[in-house]
Design a protein around this ligand. Structure first.
Ligand code: LLP
Length: 424
């Protein structure tokens, strides 16, 4: 038997001509559960987590999985059991993570637009920290906490004005972005927070963007953040924890982000050098924990030759895999069964009634109706962003652990989609 691994999908490999995930053949999973089907490798998730854990050995550091990347309950359960905390951005995410077995004391709450009701729910649950993104939010959170007779633990999200050199829609740490409090106003914001009886300052945080593939934006943001900590502490406000957000990229198309442990070796060396090595550290990675751990298996419906383009129409679409349509993102597309037959160049598209419904442009494939393909690196920001557009049920999901496949989400039915609607 020959084995050939896939760059960007470490726990997926061809054994002879069949694509496997861990010990299972993907085509068997597709036969059992239908398509489109998300398939995740548990070992791949834990492997990605272990790179952070190695980097933080001997430190006071905690990984808060940014669950927006993939919030399926069983995925959350994997990370909760592995000792992670969670970064949430809504009361819905809090309910999900609690349903997956996590304790609110391991949860931090990010986002620019928390509602009063969400603040209340999170305070009553007893979350570890609110990552506050504006001065107005400090005031509202203070009022909500006082009205409940509670004190809200807060960290202020700093906008360090560094360019993460990523897609503009997922870059968040530049002056023109809606996120965080400007570097220049941070001290004032901390002084204001410290004066409010319903708040307790516990940390500082920043998150500069997503799919970051170089170290330098992190180093720049780190230095700016430490300058601020020095300033804030000199003003008599102690900062207990430092939270550096998420953002580390993955390999979609030959991308070469630093490994998490290599990135953190550099960041920790700088923290040590500046005397902050013993601080409580937090991070909020999402994509780098789950992105390469998942694929979306889809069946070719029709081959449609055209004058300018040949189309390979598959049964997954922009509602299941929104990243190409939203960010012109590249995902590798590979067959479940290798063959020597000649390839042709196709635009791989879905059935949704939009020209923006494409999954890959100009892909060389040997594909016929009925063949199955895997869209790689689909573990992050695919199922969690999937919609019901065109009244398409969202796919089923399977989590593979060695030679065991767990159906972790049933395929959504039309009845599921109509639940909660009312005729007049
Ligand atoms: N922390 C905060 C405050 C965030 O806003 C995010 C992501 C993360 C952590 C996790 O970032 P990660 O490690 O996953 O890069 N839908 C886009 C990505 C949006 C990221 C939003 N914020 C995509 O598909 O590329």
């Amino acid at each position: 038997m020959t084995t050939h691994t896939l760059p960007g999908a470490p726990f997926f490999a061809y054994r002879d001509s069949d694509l496997y995930v861990e010990q299972l053949r993907l085509s068997d999973l597709a036969d059992a559960h239908g398509t489109p089907l998300f398939v995740y490798s548990k070992a791949s998730m834990l492997h990605a987590l272990s790179a952070y854990q190695r980097a933080f050995a001997g430190r006071q550091a905690k990984v808060h999985y940014a669950m927006k990347a993939n919030s399926s309950l069983a995925v959350l359960q994997v990370f909760a059991q592995a000792g992670c905390g969670f970064d949430i951005v809504s009361a819905g995410e809090l309910a999900r993570v609690q349903a997956a077995g996590a304790h609110a004391s391991n949860v931090i709450f990010s986002g620019v637009g928390k509602t009063r009701a969400e603040m209340q729910t999170a305070l009553q649950a007893g979350i570890a920290c609110f990552n506050v993104e504006s001065e107005a939010e400090l005031d509202v959170l203070n009022q909500v906490a006082l009205s409940l007779g509670k004190v809200a633990p807060v960290s202020i999200r700093v906008n360090p004005n560094v360019d993460p050199k990523t897609h503009p829609y997922i870059s968040t740490g530049l002056k023109g972005n809606k996120f965080g409090i400007a570097h220049e106003r941070t001290l004032q914001a901390y002084q204001h927070a410290a004066s409010l009886a319903g708040l307790k300052v516990v940390g500082i945080d920043c998150h500069i963007g997503s799919q970051i593939t170089t170290t330098s934006p992190y180093m720049d943001a780190l230095d700016k953040m430490l300058d601020l900590v020095e300033l804030i502490e000199a003003a008599g406000i102690p900062i207990h924890h430092l939270d550096f957000g998420g953002g580390l990229g993955i390999n979609y198309n030959g991308d070469t982000p630093p490994a998490a442990d290599a990135l953190w070796a550099e960041l920790l060396a700088r923290l040590d050098k500046r005397g902050f090595g013993q601080r409580q550290l937090m991070i909020e990675p999402g994509r780098s924990l789950v992105g390469n751990a998942g694929v979306c298996v889809s069946e070719v419906q029709f081959i449609k030759p055209g004058e300018q383009k040949n189309f390979c129409i598959i049964d997954a679409a922009m509602n299941d895999l929104p990243r190409p349509a939203m960010y012109e993102a590249f995902h590798q597309i590979v067959p479940l069964k290798l063959s020597d037959a000649p390839t042709q160049v196709y635009d791989v598209v879905g059935p949704v009634c939009e020209s923006g419904d494409w999954i890959g442009h100009d892909r060389a494939l040997n594909a016929q109706a009925g063949d199955k393909l895997a869209v790689l690196s689909a573990g992050a920001y695919c199922m969690s962003m999937a919609s019901n557009y065109n009244t398409r049920g969202r796919p089923a999901e399977v989590l593979v652990d060695g030679d065991t496949a767990h159906l972790i989400r049933s395929r959504e039915t039309a009845a599921d989609q109509m639940r909660g609607e009312h005729l007049v």
